[in-house]
Design a protein around this ligand. Structure first.
Ligand SMILES: Cc1ncc(COP(=O)(O)O)c(C=O)c1O
Length: 409
């Protein structure tokens, strides 16, 4: 049965079906997809869309990457799933790769970003419980996003995501983003972990300041708490380094735990908690687990993704194309007063605008460019890391046109 909203607006039949069949959690785009190729998606009518959001940061290699497809096919032919009663070869290979890229010492595979955060929270509390019974507090930063499960949601300081879900997890709290004084006020001997995105994604592509990172590192030593890097969105090469915390080495900060997901499974659901020596022995037999985590097909795809990233030097490429995009949007900023600021880290871009960014996302889609609105007035771009400079410039041209036409509407 259609709702009054549906009756008043002409709506595609597939969206009507969606409304009928699913809980109404998502705002879906009015595009009936047929296939993807490279950085483009095609709808059933053959219209081409430049995908500047890449499955919300998942499709780092775009669509139809041959190496990923071959790895998936090869593993599917051997076995799809075994559970963690066994040690799939692909889990070993991917874990070795992640440890060599980070210099950390242990991996736990999960399925989604929120599940990795959840596991990191459990690990942090178990680690804290060995030091003091009340070392249970887990803090995060305002403006961040960590996921929708109860633990991850409790660390996500956005009241709109909390409404109706109270009570949240006890002994969690927020430090004001980049506020060193608030950081000093909030952490204590009770703190077992601070969870943070070094470059906030949903929050509008905002990096923590070097000063904040330096102080966090010092306080983690003073009060003995863990630093957990949420690299779900900024990780796996997107910012030009394999993980975004790697841009902060000069501050001396080194996370004890890193949570990765999104692109990690080459488009299949896969997440990882990667931990250093300090926490290597915290998880013991039976204290944590998952049926699907570390699925062999997803690990094979993830391995192919990392091989491709490294062999094609896509992180350097991301910095180069990201830099060119930033320069182009800075030039647009001179021309259009609607653009307030441009933030960029590799191929993670946030363009602050003077109105609801959804307005631009809607119009860009009509012009065949998929962009995304986050933090209300930030246009977020997370294109595939394989995007060429000329492909990326298509998004600049389209936004230029939309900003110019805005006054005529
Ligand atoms: C930084 C960050 N952490 C955690 C999550 C949650 O990941 P998932 O949606 O896979 O549960 C997200 C999702 O957007 C994210 O951006």
């Amino acid at each position: 049965m259609s709702t009054p909203v549906l009756e008043s607006v002409a709506i595609e039949p597939f969206l009507e079906k969606e409304h009928e069949l699913f809980f109404h959690t998502y705002s879906r785009l009015p595009v009936e997809l047929e296939r993807g190729e490279g950085v483009y998606l095609y709808d059933k009518q053959g219209k081409r869309y430049l995908d500047m959001i890449a499955g919300i940061g998942v499709n780092a290699l775009g669509y139809g990457n041959k190496r990923v497809e071959a790895a998936i096919t090869e593993q599917v032919r051997k076995y799809i799933h075994t559970s963690n009663l066994f040690v799939p070869e692909m889990q070993i290979k991917l874990a070795e790769r992640l440890l060599s890229l980070t210099g950390l010492s242990k991996v736990f595979f999960a399925n989604s970003g929120a599940e990795a955060i959840e596991g990191a929270m459990k690990l942090s509390r178990k680690w804290g419980s060995k030091i003091a019974a009340d070392k249970t507090e887990i803090l995060s930063l305002t403006n961040g996003f960590h996921g929708r499960t109860y633990g991850a949601l409790s660390l996500t300081a956005k009241p709109k995501y909390h409404e109706g879900y109270y009570p949240l997890l006890p002994d969690t709290g927020y430090i004001t983003f980049n506020d060193v004084e608030d950081l000093e006020r909030k952490v204590s001997g009770k703190t077992c972990a601070v969870v943070l995105e070094f470059v906030q994604g949903e929050g509008g592509i905002c990096p923590v300041s070097q000063v904040f990172a330096t102080r966090l590192k010092a306080l983690s030593e003073e009060y003995n708490f863990l630093i957990v890097a949420d690299e779900v969105q900024a990780g796996c090469g997107r910012t030009g380094r394999f993980f975004s915390y790697m841009h902060f080495v000069s501050t001396g900060i080194a996370p004890d735990l890193v949570c990765a997901a999104k692109p990690l499974g080459g488009g299949l659901p896969l997440a990882a908690i990667i931990g250093g020596d300090r926490v290597a022995e915290v998880f013991t037999k039976g204290v944590h687990g998952t049926t699907f985590g570390g699925n062999p097909v997803a690990c094979a795809a993830g391995l192919a993704l990392i091989d491709e990233l490294l062999e094609k030097d896509l992180m350097t490429h991301a910095e180069k194309v990201g830099g060119a995009l930033r320069a182009a949007f800075e030039t647009l900023k001179q021309k259009h007063i609607q653009i307030r600021s441009v933030r960029q880290h590799g191929l993670m871009l946030g363009i602050s605008v003077s109105r609801d960014a959804g307005y631009y996302a809607e119009r860009a889609l009509q012009h065949g460019v998929i962009i995304n609105a986050t933090s209300v007035n930030v246009i977020r771009l997370l294109p595939p890391l394989i995007i060429t400079e000329s492909e990326a410039m298509e998004s600049v041209r389209v936004l230029d046109l939309i900003f110019s036409n805005e006054w005529r509407e």
